[in-house]
Ligand binder design. Sequence first.
Ligand SMILES: [Zn+2]
Length: 324
Amino acid sequence: MPEGPQVARHARMQGERLIGRRLHADSPNGRSDDVAVLVDGLELVGIEAVGKHLLYDFGDERWLHVHLGRFGKFVAGDMPLREPQGVLRFRLFTDEVWYELRGAIAVEMYDAEARERLMGRIGPNPLDPDADPLAAYAKLAASRAPIGTLMMDQSVIGGIGNIYRSEVLFLNRVHPRTPSHLVPKKTWLAMWRDLERVMADGAKIGKIVTTWPKDREHPKGAVRAGERFYVYHRTGLPCRHCGALIVTATLANRSVFWCADDQIEIRADERDVLKRLGAKTSVAKGPERSRATATKAPTKPPARKAAARASAASRISKRAPLGR
Ligand SMILES: [Zn+2]
C-alpha cells in the first residue's frame, strides 16, 4: 500500500529518467486511452508528489494526475516494451525506459484549476521542509474526532498513511481514540518530528521502517521483515517496549494498532461521553431523537474545557516518548 514517501520516491526516481524527455504513453487495457493520447509526444518538465498524488508537469498548465490508491503500483524496465500481462492500465515510456502502472484509482489530465483544487485539499506534508505542522495542529485543536481518524485525513496531513498513523501514535504514547482537541501541542510537534524522520527514511530507502535499532531483536545489519514496526500488524504480540499485548481496532475504515499499556485512553469529559451515548440511542430509537435534540447539552464553559485539556496534556506528556 503506497504511502506519501513511496510516492515521493516514485517522483524522484522517475524524474531522474523522464524529465526533459519526450514521453510516449498508451493504455493496453483501453481504460485510459483518452489520457494516453493527450500525453503521448509531450516533453516532461517536472514531477511533483503531493501527498499520495503524483503530478507530471508537461508545461502549458497541463498535468497528468495519478493517484495510486491502496493497490496502485509502478513497475519499471528498460526498453523495448514487454508484452502486456494481465490488466495493464497505463504505460509511460521513452526510447530507453518504460513504466507500467496498474491498480491506480486515478489517471487523468489536470488543468490549473484542477491542480489548485488538489493543492487546497491536501494538508501540510511532513516530507515538505516548508510545511507548517501548526496548520495541521489548528485542525486537531478544533476537532473532537479521534486523533487516529484525523491522522488518516489527507486534508489534515498530506501523504500520511495507515502504517505511520499507528507507529507515530505509539512512539508518542497517544491512544488512537484520544479526542484530537485533547492532544497537547507539544505532543503533536513531537509526532510531527517523528513523521518527518520516518517518512524521510521511507522516501530514501523505499521501505517503511519505524523501529530504532536498539528495539529490534537483531539491531545490526539489514532490518528483518518482522522487526520493522512497533505495533503495525503485530496484534497479539508483545510490545517491544513494555511487553504488554498489541491490540487492534478499526478506525477510519482501517485497522489501527496500539500497545494496551503504553497508550492510555484519554476520554472526553463525562458529559461528552453521555452526550455521545445519547446521540447513539436517539439514532436507534426514533421517539428519543427529538428529546435528545431538545435537551442538547449547553456548550462546555471554557474553564472546564481548559481543565480537561490540561489534565489530558499532563497525562500524555508526563509519559516520556518511546524509542528515543
Ligand atoms: Zn507497550
